[in-house]
Write a protein that binds this ligand. Structure first.
Ligand code: ADE
Length: 236
């Protein structure tokens, strides 16, 4: 997958794509990242800036159309037909596992990061295909939200995470939230790992783990719990 990221703050983005699984995914050839600094294209806009005051008044600056149209124009030729052009925004569709999974099958992803009060609506109307929110709160800019979207997508690409079971048992890949995990030592500061996990009885361990997942889901996410019970009933 080719990932194009348009931002006034490429350093913010690079600090994330150059670490951990996102960086390894590039080294292993699963993804290629391209970042574009909006400020490099400011001189071609009407006032040599990337932002300007909103028509009609109001607080906050708006990212201007020219630099973004120009960058997108140069990327566009190389994009596959099924590409998604994403704008992270609090008024977008809420991100969830299914959406990340859908995006993980694409050949090209473009992420356009907004700032200040937002971006000129013409960019949203003529370039963006998907507006995505990462939750009901507002961040200072689109970079962190864009990186959250990207991280959730890349980890689902086949081969990126070594063990398929690892991502398959995550919360939201499964109708229940994930359960507790322990590693060595079995006793630390007089706190023991649950005995069942040391028993070697895989069937009982699975039952125990599922019970823990059920307890957590029931307590924390009544919405998912109701869905899980409905699903279970329909299979009976
Ligand atoms: N930009 C600022 N806040 C955001 C949010 N909650 N989701 C996506 N993009 C954003």
């Amino acid at each position: 997958m080719k990932v194009h990221i348009i931002t006034p703050f490429p350093e913010m983005v690079k600090s994330i794509i150059n670490c951990s699984i996102l960086a390894k995914s590039q080294q292993k050839g699963y993804v290629e990242y391209y970042t574009y600094n909006l400020f490099d294209f400011a001189e071609n806009s009407t006032n040599n800036r990337i932002d300007d005051y909103p028509f009609g008044g109001g607080a906050g600056m708006i990212l201007k159309p020219e630099p973004i149209f120009e960058i997108f124009g140069s990327i566009k030729k190389g994009l596959n037909e099924n590409s998604k052009i994403i704008y992270p925004t609090p008024d977008g569709q809420l991100l969830n596992h299914n959406l990340s999974k859908e995006l993980s099958h694409l050949d090209d992803l473009v992420i356009i990061n907004g700032h200040y009060k937002g971006i000129d609506q013409r960019i949203r109307d003529h370039i963006i295909t998907d507006e995505i929110s990462i939750g009901d709160y507002v961040l200072t800019g689109g970079e962190l939200a864009g990186m959250i979207i990207l991280d959730s997508v890349v980890r689902l690409m086949p081969g990126v995470i070594n063990s398929k079971e690892s991502s398959d048992s995550d919360s939201f890949s499964h109708p229940l939230l994930d359960g507790p995990h322990y590693t060595r030592p079995a006793r630390y500061k007089d706190i023991d790992v649950p005995e069942i996990l040391l028993s070697g009885n895989h069937k009982e361990i699975e039952k125990w783990f599922n019970k823990k997942r059920e307890e957590k889901t029931k307590l924390r996410r009544p919405d998912l719990w109701g869905e899980y019970k409905r699903l279970k009933k329909s299979k009976e």
